[in-house]
Design a protein around this ligand. Structure first.
Ligand code: SAH
Length: 353
């Protein structure tokens, strides 16, 4: 059996160093040995934990925000409810439960999920217990009905390229070989990012994610034409600056080149680039997750749930509320960007740009 590492080394020997984007694609998505293909990476026993796995409140509030957006648009009788990279399906299960009592909402829903991992697809079907269709790519979604879409910690998993500035141009960080070991190197000058020469200094690093831009462009075109909203939630900031490429295994940072396919690889999301790629759909102001969840009513919801809890269950519920919203936890590192059709209001919880 050839491991991803052996295959990468052979490929680099044959054709030279590869971009970080190509490295991420191989490590995460390889159909046989890729990180997401082969495992359920979430939760305590996995490598990382996400907001829906921390508390049911996250999926509940997002579901209600989408249902409110659906009502704001006149409660159309057929819509696509879509999630990109749903992980274990926890968010969607909580969203569906919370919106059960909204007259007509579930009857209007056609549920679709974009997910490449067979392991996680199976897990989602088990968790959600509502008819759903899986797709490999966003382009494969049915065309026509308005789109109500959620993507939590999806874009951070998509491949990035990384550039380092010289006086007048950029060089690309690439993955090559030092002897028999994978090692970072720098390409010669490349024609890239002329618009970032104005706000950076020599030596600075900037990242881009062409795969993310392409997905958001497809999404923006769909929403502008057919209507609907998208809620994109992830860690990152308004403009890419600095090296954010990271690998995590067992909830700890590890060397991203040490064990290809075994550690999770991510990078921060550049929300400005996503907002620009979404045109002609409108992009909201980027909103910190803590502010967004407070606006949607997480505190009254937390208090209502707390009334039925005691002891360690109550302690862990209080800790989960804090973890999702507090500025020193996920409250400000994580941001929300909404996309919506021109001439319609943004979803609740975010301001127009
Ligand atoms: N949204 C979930 C899981 C986040 S992990 C949560 O909040 O818990 C990232 C998810 O995106 C996983 O389900 C992974 O399998 C999926 N994914 C990663 N790259 C993908 C790609 N290129 N296309 C579709 N799904 C992808």
């Amino acid at each position: 059996m050839t491991t991803i590492k052996e295959r990468l080394i052979r490929r680099i020997r044959a054709t030279g160093p590869m971009t970080i984007a190509d490295y991420m694609t191989e490590c995460l998505g390889d159909p046989e040995h890729g990180y997401y293909t082969t495992r359920d990476p979430l939760g305590k026993s996995g490598d990382f934990t996400t907001s829906p796995e921390i508390s049911q409140m996250f999926g509940e509030l997002l579901g209600l925000a989408l249902a409110q957006s659906w009502m704001d648009r006149g409660a159309p009788d057929r819509v696509l409810l879509v999630e990109l990279g749903p992980g274990r399906g926890t968010l969607m299960a909580d969203a569906l439960r919370a919106t059960q009592a909204i007259p007509g909402f579930h009857a209007a829903l056609d549920l679709h999920m974009v997910e490449t991992s067979p392991t996680l697809r199976a897990r989602q079907i088990e968790t959600i217990r509502h008819p759903l269709t899986h797709h490999d790519r966003i382009e494969d979604l049915p065309i026509g009905p308005p789109l109500f879409l959620i993507a939590n910690e999806f874009f951070d998993a998509l491949p990035i390229r990384q550039f380092q500035r010289t006086e007048t141009a950029w060089r690309e960080h690439v993955v090559g070989l030092t002897g028999d070991r994978l090692a970072f190197g720098l390409s010669g000058p490349v024609a890239a990012l002329p618009h970032r020469l104005g706000d950076t200094k020599p030596g600075e690093i900037v990242e881009t994610s062409p795969a993310s831009h392409a997905i958001v462009a497809t999404l923006g075109a769909r929403i502008a034409k057919d209507g609907g909203v998208a809620l994109i939630i992830d860690y990152g900031d308004w403009r890419s600056r600095g090296d954010t490429f990271q690998a995590v295994a067992n909830h700890k940072p590890v060397d991203p080149l040490a064990e290809p396919g075994v550690a999770d690889l991510t990078a921060h999301v550049d929300f400005e680039a996503l907002a620009q790629a979404a045109s002609p759909a409108l992009a909201s102001a980027m909103t910190p997750q803590g502010v967004f969840l407070e606006r949607l009513g997480i505190t009254p919801r937390a208090e209502a749930l707390a009334r039925n809890l005691t002891g360690p269950a109550l302690d862990s519920h209080i800790a989960a509320h804090r973890r999702l919203t507090h500025p020193q936890e996920m409250g400000t590192l994580f941001k929300v960007l909404a996309l919506y059709q021109p001439g319609t209001p943004p979803p609740p919880g975010v301001d127009p740009e």
